[in-house]
Design a protein around this ligand. Structure first.
Ligand code: NAD
Length: 360
């Protein structure tokens, strides 16, 4: 089969990790007889350097004309990079928000899985880590606080900043449906996270999620307050299957879930709309502290490419091949610096890509 992939390398470690994901995808082309046509798309700081804006209309059109987009990461050091001296709406992260909105990517899926080989990198207590966990955080991505009206102005002589958290029932319903559908393919449990004891938007969230759950009687639903969820994630992560939540809570909880799995460099993500199109990227950022050193872990990006095969191209066998190759490399004892432990062999970004490709 043939597919068009928009490829956003981005900034920092982005180009290094995307190169490795494309290397592994070329192994998939060879082994399974598919053809992937790439279209390079500029986004982030590199686009500011060229066009003065992190995302151009042309880049959005290029993304829209692809079957899926594979992305590295964008942004630089937020205190020192000149990319943060341009107008806020042109900065790297604004581009990310804009592409999500333009492509209507309202559902962000982030698996957080503890590979048994990496249990020693897990910061949780040993007895908790040993039980393992396999969580899928489903975060609403195009609504809420990050997209509401905001302003900063002087009111009665006092500088005041306002951000607005708004959700309508349709936005909640479509993402809740996705959560129940995904749960049906997994362990059939949805934990919906909100702050319904304080926020109106959360009370509506809870009401709509309850309504949607009526259509999925096989799926167990629980409601969890966000503060309690943050605590349970470190105490008893094995309790969670699908965690459904709004944009900002999901931003924070998914990083926490990433951290307990051992390394940000291991976690893939998919952002989907209501078609088969998706944008696939690692959970981590552009890691300016290690960019250009050839030591970044490419596994999250490689697993993101695997999610792209599964969710956008319907190629489950090929996605399984990538996941199994990653497991094999770990059980053969190869590690990048961020997941290194005693007795393992330390490898760089490119070698890790080669090792995974060899094991497809
Ligand atoms: P970060 O995720 O880039 O880095 C946090 C820590 O994790 C760093 O120590 C980094 O070296 C390490 N790390 C991250 N990915 C790694 C990998 N693949 N292999 C090994 N180590 C890895 O977060 P940050 O430092 O807060 O942000 C840096 C920049 O990235 C900022 O400009 C931020 O806005 C941007 N960012 C972009 C995205 C995205 O593109 N989707 C997401 C988050 C942050």
């Amino acid at each position: 089969m043939e597919f068009r992939i928009g490829s956003i390398a981005g900034d920092g470690i982005g180009p290094e990790i995307v190169t490795e994901a494309r290397k592994v995808l070329s192994g998939i082309e060879e082994k399974f007889g598919h053809t992937f046509h790439y279209q390079d798309i500029l986004m982030g700081g590199c686009s500011i350097d060229k066009y003065g804006d992190s995302l151009t209309d042309e880049a959005i059109e290029q993304a829209k004309s692809s079957d899926a987009v594979l992305m590295g990461s964008i942004g630089g050091n937020t205190s020192t990079s000149p990319w943060y001296k341009v107008a806020p709406e042109k900065r790297p992260e604004a581009g990310l928000l804009r592409i999500r909105k333009a492509l209507n990517l309202f559902a962000n899926l982030r698996p957080s899985y503890l590979f048994p080989e990496l249990a020693s990198s897990c910061p949780l207590r040993r007895e908790v880590a040993e039980k393992g966990f396999d969580i899928l955080i489903l975060r609403e991505l195009t609504g809420g606080l990050y997209f509401g009206d905001r302003y900063t102005k002087e009111i009665d002589g006092v500088m005041t900043a306002v951000d607005t958290l708004k959700y309508d029932e349709n936005e909640i319903r479509r993402v809740a449906k996705r959560a129940f559908e995904v749960a049906m393919q997994r362990r059939k449990k949805v934990s919906s996270v909100d702050k319904a004891n304080v926020l109106d938007s959360s009370r509506l969230w809870r009401k709509v999620v309850n309504e949607v759950s009526q259509s999925y009687p096989e799926v167990e639903l629980e409601h969890v307050l966000v503060d309690s969820c943050a605590m349970q994630l470190v105490r008893n992560p094995g309790n969670f299957d699908v965690v459904l939540t709004e944009n900002m809570f999901g931003d924070i909880l998914s990083d926490e879930a990433a951290e307990i799995s051992g390394s940000l460099g291991m976690l893939a993500s998919a952002s989907l709309n209501d078609t088969s199109f998706g944008l696939y990227e690692p959970a981590g950022g552009s890691a300016p502290d290690i960019a250009g050193k050839g030591i970044a872990n490419p596994i999250a990006t490689i697993l993101s490419a695997g999610m792209m095969l599964r969710y956008s191209f319907g190629l489950s066998k090929e996605a399984d091949a990538i996941e199994n190759a990653v497991r094999k490399v770990l059980s053969d004892g190869y590690r990048t610096g961020d997941i290194m432990s005693e007795g393992c062999k330390k490898v760089g970004t490119s070698e890790m890509g080669d090792l995974i490709r060899e094991r497809l």
